[in-house]
Design a protein around this ligand. Structure first.
Ligand code: CP
Ligand code: NVA
Length: 300
């Protein structure tokens, strides 16, 4: 099974993946990072990790996760592959399928991911595109539930750019049944096809009122032109998550950021390092959530 997006994965399977991630995390509590899991579901499996964009968390968490489950990994950089020199995605997918059991790809256009999935005879996982970042949100759901119990019915407020990470949150809002509010400037509204999955409140203070979870992300994503940087900063300054804004949320609210962050732009260091922040649990849970995603993909 491919793991391409949260809206393309059955609801009951998403639930199963998050539950399994919790159980797998618990089962290896206290072990060193390189220690193997008791179960070795990926024994004999080879996983290709393709990156056409930079990455720290996705790259390391997939690599470590595969090894903990007994599999092997191969890290590939788009520009160093023939893919970056004119070989088609379809041919790359067909060839890789002869060598590896699973493909994770981080790329630009969603069409690239979908073409890879269409022509690969092994499962393909979305490691981020310009449009979505489903693995991140699986880890975010896991992190919320680890701290606060079921996310169903909770109020989640996204502050800033209506970007790829927001899109996966919007898919998750429907699948996991929570309320999602977008607060940001109109020119940076989420992509049109997400309408109906969230509501908009332009005033950040009003939006954050009584929130269970407040989320921020970078104001300039990897696919955004650097020339848009100054304009975006001017548009988004009023949506910074700082202590004053967060004080409007519930006392027990959580703060999340997928990282990497630009400290004191989209969120202050005071918030990022403060008592509501779970950003490093979120980063850790990429590992556990993706291990469960890989098991689901391979049916092991
Ligand atoms: N959050 C996330 O995907 O981080 P990386 O870009 O470091 O992989
Ligand atoms: N929105 C960010 C997320 C990085 C993990 C980006 O696409 O650059």
């Amino acid at each position: 099974m491919h793991f391409l997006d949260i809206d393309m994965t059955p609801q009951k399977d998403l639930r199963k993946i998050v539950d399994e991630a919790h159980a797998m995390k618990k089962a290896r509590l206290g072990r060193s990072k390189g220690a193997l899991d008791d179960e070795q579901p990926l024994a004999g499996q080879m996983v290709a990790l393709i990156f056409e964009k930079p990455s720290t968390r996705t790259r390391v968490s997939f690599d470590v996760g595969v090894r903990q489950m007994g599999g092997q990994t191969m890290l590939l950089t788009g520009s160093e592959m023939q893919l970056g020199h004119g070989e088609t995605i379809a041919d790359t997918a067909r060839v890789l399928s002869r060598y590896v059991d699973l493909i994770m790809i981080r790329t630009f256009e969603e069409a690239t991911l979908l073409e890879m999935a269409e022509h690969a005879s092994v499962p393909v996982i979305n490691g981020l595109t310009n449009r979505t970042h489903p693995c991140q949100i699986m880890a975010d759901i896991m992190t919320f539930e680890e701290h606060r119990g079921p996310i169903k019915g909770k109020k989640v407020v996204w502050c800033g750019d209506g970007n790829n990470v927001f899109a996966s949150f919007a898919h998750a809002a429907k699948q996991f049944d929570f309320e999602l509010i977008f607060t940001g400037p109109e020119p940076l509204d989420p992509q049109a096809d997400l309408k109906g999955l969230y509501s908009i409140e332009r005033n950040p203070s009003t939006a954050v009122m009584n929130a269970d979870l407040v989320v921020a992300d970078t104001w300039v994503s990897m696919h955004d032109p650097q020339s848009a940087r100054e304009r975006r900063h001017n548009q988004l300054r009023g949506y910074q998550v700082n202590a004053e804004l967060l004080s409007k949320a519930k006392d027990e609210s959580l703060f999340m950021h997928c990282l990497p962050a630009h400290r004191d732009d989209e969120a202050t260091s005071e918030v990022m390092d403060g008592p509501h922040s779970v950003i490093f649990d979120e980063a850790e849970n990429r590992l556990h959530a993706q291990k469960a995603v890989m098991r689901w993909c391979l049916g092991v």
